[in-house]
Design a protein around this ligand. Structure first.
Ligand SMILES: NC(=O)NC1=NC(=O)NC1=O
Length: 244
């Protein structure tokens, strides 16, 4: 059995619970989901500034996970904050939910759309498409224009807007699949897939299965070249805990 560390990079316990539940639904029997979030940081991640803040918490959790001996790390925020830095620290695989969902979307459709939260985070999704090489696969990017934590306010308004934009993406973008662009949407994928008749993909569950696949194949983060452990140097002050 595996221990999979699922990191919610924001500090909202409610979203950590949503993410953990989605991960546990799909985890293989016997595999443990170790859901964590930073003690300090941003309650939600909605732009470049928030991502920079969240990255330190992600790295601290990856460090703790490595010491615990987890078999994989999942960065459960759609910006995949700190992904490559985390891979330097990690021995086990590190997967971001955006890359996971995008990869799976390309396996079931020739074009996919993304439905995310605030319009200002659309540029982050575009950056990831470029970074991962999926620009030509993405037929549309949509934002519900509600803040991330609207997904946890219990009103159902954000969930309704996600559903409307997924339908619009299916009918207007010519997409064969939709990628849900927020960790807090992780509980919506199965229902929307059934209702819309196309794959609606959540990155949390996608990442869980991809880490399980990598573990089963004995594949871990390469420590050759740029993903080798960070060069040892005396990190000071608030970064003391990150010394190797
Ligand atoms: N595009 C997003 O909504 N990203 C996110 N911000 C968070 O705090 N969690 C996410 O998944």
């Amino acid at each position: 059995p595996l221990i999979l560390q699922v990191i919610n990079p924001n500090t909202s316990e409610a979203m950590t619970a949503t993410i953990a539940a989605a991960a546990r639904v799909v985890a293989a029997p016997g595999n443990e989901i170790l859901a964590v979030c930073p003690q300090e940081g941003a309650p939600s991640i909605e732009g470049h500034f928030d991502e920079a803040i969240a990255t330190l918490g992600v790295l601290e959790q990856v460090r703790l996970g490595r010491e615990t001996g987890v078999d994989g790390h999942i960065i459960a925020c759609f910006g995949d904050p700190g992904l490559l830095a985390a891979r330097e620290l990690a021995t086990a695989p590190v997967i971001g939910i955006a890359e996971a969902a995008m990869h799976l979307a390309t396996l079931v459709a020739t074009r996919f759309s993304v439905v995310t939260t605030l319009p200002r985070t659309l540029v982050i999704a575009r950056h990831l498409l470029h970074q991962y090489g999926f620009e030509r696969h993405c037929a549309g990017l949509h934002a519900i224009d509600l803040p991330v934590l609207a997904l946890e306010d219990g009103s159902g308004l954000a969930q309704q807007r996600v559903r409307e934009l997924c339908i619009a993406a299916r009918d207007q973008d010519g997409s064969g699949a939709v990628v849900l662009g927020c960790g807090g949407m992780a509980d919506l994928a199965r229902t929307l897939t059934d209702e819309l008749g196309i794959p609606v993909i959540d990155g949390v569950s996608a990442a869980v299965k991809m880490v399980e696949a990598l573990a089963a194949l004995g594949l871990r983060t390469s420590k050759q070249g740029d993903l080798a452990y960070p060069l040892a140097k005396p990190l000071s002050g608030r970064f003391l805990g990150l010394n190797q």
